[in-house]
Design a protein around this ligand. Sequence first.
Ligand SMILES: C[S@@+](CC[C@H](N)C(=O)[O-])C[C@H]1O[C@@H](n2cnc3c(N)ncnc32)[C@H](O)[C@@H]1O
Length: 258
Amino acid sequence: MKVYFIGAGPGAADLITLRGANILGRVNMVLYAGSLVPTAMLKHCKADAELIDTAELDLEQQEACYRRAQEGDYDVARLHSGDPAIYGATAEQMRRLEALGIDYDIVPGVSSFSAAAASIKAELTKPEVSQSIILTRVSGRASAVPELESIARLAEHQATMCIFLSGPHLKKIVADLQLHYPKDTPVALVYRATWPEERSYQGTLGSVLEETKKSEWNLTTMMLVGKALGSDAQTESSLYSKDFTHIFRVVKKEKITT
Ligand SMILES: C[S@@+](CC[C@H](N)C(=O)[O-])C[C@H]1O[C@@H](n2cnc3c(N)ncnc32)[C@H](O)[C@@H]1O
């Protein structure tokens, strides 16, 4: 018996990995976070699989499901939105599985920050503009963020930032970002990337609060910020330059004719 933590991806049912979908197609029990994993994703499950929405369960109740599967000796899929390694609350489940002597594996998924970047057709890293991506959030009721990682401190780097779980705190986030990013820094808000109801806003740090209605971005919204998002960041990598060589490509010398 084994538990598979599977990244469901950002929402669209065809953005789960083949490995994840194959596991869903053969296990008897599937636990999924119903608030973030759309029911369309469940079409990958076996017709007679037991489907359990964890939105209604506390950790002890989830543990009881794992114990029941252990007694019945059948595999379980635990579907998490995006990639399970990011704000997935998977560590505490893994600890409990270890205590129960239950084996587990993790199948990665497409995170919502990648989906949001795809939605606005952006590259998050641009040469000489930003080569780092900060994935972060602000403190919420469920988990606090260490002070050293506050938005105000991270903003000092002016790197590309992807801010999760933060819709209700938009005003404070914008104020903290403005401590270090200029007002014309590009900002995007992407609500439910890859879901049928996806919508997005693109503007600047200086305009975002005036141009958006806060209540529309409260839930399941990814905030992207950074100079790399802008069309004026037009630097190019040397990687595909015709004069740049690497082990997989040598510069073709022009034929010298005499
Ligand atoms: C509990 S975290 C889970 C993150 C997930 N593990 C991931 O890798 O995307 C939930 C937050 O992720 C972001 N999120 C998840 N799915 C999203 C989507 N389809 N579009 C935009 N943001 C999303 C939102 O910021 C949401 O509040």
